[in-house]
Write a protein that binds this ligand. Structure first.
Ligand code: PA5
Length: 396
């Protein structure tokens, strides 16, 4: 059960008529949303596909020491953020999943290749387009290493390509070489692809993905709240609050805020509008950006993710988790008194189902928010501009 408070620490700082007007658009926005060709992520995933993902993951566990996942942006952040939230800080006994393909750092790449030299591994390359340079480049480096290590027959067991059903070089390779493959459906864009094989296969190495699937669809219960949040964000934007700070009080939620930044940043940042997403991990950042948020330029509003229950640790001031939440509540009051509106999203605990529901909630909210802003939520033409420049730069 997730609770939402979008009003107590917000209403006095927005114009009620803006909010009411946006809420009046609900029916229109829902109609627009439902008629989009890019909402495949709201449809039920096929059980046979889920079972196949589990089977492939079990085979990887049998023949490999680790899984190397290569992808970037929406083909990376969902599973990476989710895994990080449930990883032990010090005693990581999960099956090893290495996420690569997000950097062109030579130091990183040489260390990765050295590390993999003595490992038996499976490679899962994830790219909807099949043309993203970081992904294809990393794939080719790792594949060269595999050619030295494995026979063609063995490569067939160790390369899995997750890509478009028909288009792109990865799909061509699947057809030509007979590699195992999964589809990223046509009606699901990268940052909305959490509930596809792109993320479910990496997650299946360490999670019961059937629970993730159920939790995700439970997020549909919060459609009204997702619209309300979208309307609040847009009223804040109209009142000159151009930046949203996602605040978490659990270190291991940092990459979840990175996922949020991508979701909202790529969805809304178009046609000269959009709310700039940022994040702070508390209490660390209270001693850095906290000063700016409290007293600096009043362009920021915040969305806090509060967790009610965690491990019990007694300290000289009482229960440590309660103290963490007392600090959160105090920061909300302090920032609000400094003219910073604060939304609060409250989780009972960081558990696998609720996080999956929250992902669905945020995807709905991002899409609704985009429509309220008057932009198309499911494309990312700006990303294509840089990709084109890079292609031209490399051909010089
Ligand atoms: O959300 C998106 O669509 C993007 O962030 C893409 O996921 C990212 O650019 C990677 O694209 P691809 O999966 O085609 O390699």
């Amino acid at each position: 059960m997730i609770k939402f408070d979008f009003h107590n620490y917000v209403d006095s700082l927005i114009k009620k008529e803006d909010y009411d007007k946006l809420m009046d658009n609900k029916e229109k926005v829902l109609k627009q949303f439902k008629s989009s060709s890019m909402i495949g992520w709201t449809k039920r995933i096929d059980n046979n596909l889920v079972n196949k993902i589990i089977e492939v993951a079990e085979n990887i566990k049998k023949n490999s020491d680790c899984l190397v996942v290569v992808g970037i942006g929406g083909s990376f952040l969902g599973s990476y953020a989710y895994s990080n939230m449930f990883k032990s800080y010090f005693l990581d006994d999960n099956f090893e999943v290495i996420f690569a393909g997000t950097t062109l750092s030579s130091q990183y790449m040489s260390e990765l290749l050295n590390y993999l030299e003595n490992k038996n591994f499976t490679l899962n390359v994830i790219s909807k387009s099949g043309t993203t340079m970081e992904t294809t480049l990393t794939y080719s480096l790792i594949k060269n290493l595999m050619i030295d290590k494995y026979s063609d027959e063995e490569m067939k067991k160790r390369i899995i390509l997750t890509t478009d059903k028909e288009k792109g070089s990865l799909r061509e390779e699947v057809i030509e070489k007979g590699y195992e493959s999964f589809e990223i459906p046509n009606d699901i864009g990268g940052r909305y692809s959490f509930l596809t094989a792109a993320h479910l296969l990496p997650l299946a190495m360490n999670f019961n993905i059937k629970r993730i699937v159920e939790g995700y669809y439970d997020g549909g219960e919060y459609l009204d709240e997702a619209f309300e949040y979208a309307a609040i964000r847009n009223s804040l934007f109209k009142s000159g609050k151009y930046v949203e700070n996602f605040c978490v009080y659990e270190e291991n939620m940092y990459y979840f805020t990175e996922w949020l930044k991508q979701l909202f940043g790529e969805t809304e940042g178009k046609n000269g509008v959009g709310i700039l997403p940022m994040s702070t991990v508390q209490t660390r950042d209270l001693h850095s950006l906290g000063q700016f948020i409290q007293e600096g330029n009043k362009i920021i509003f915040e969305t806090f993710i509060k967790v009610n229950k965690s491990n019990r640790v007694k300290c000289n001031l009482g229960d440590l988790h309660e103290i963490n939440n007392i600090v959160l509540d105090s920061v909300v009051r302090a920032h609000y008194s400094g003219g910073v509106p604060c939304n609060i999203i409250e989780l009972e605990s960081v558990n696998e189902e609720d996080i999956a529901s929250l992902i669905y909630f945020f995807q709905l909210a991002a899409a609704f928010s985009g429509y309220l802003m008057g932009i198309e939520p499911f494309d990312q033409p700006g990303v294509e501009v840089y990709k084109k420049e890079v292609r031209e730069g490399l051909n010089k």
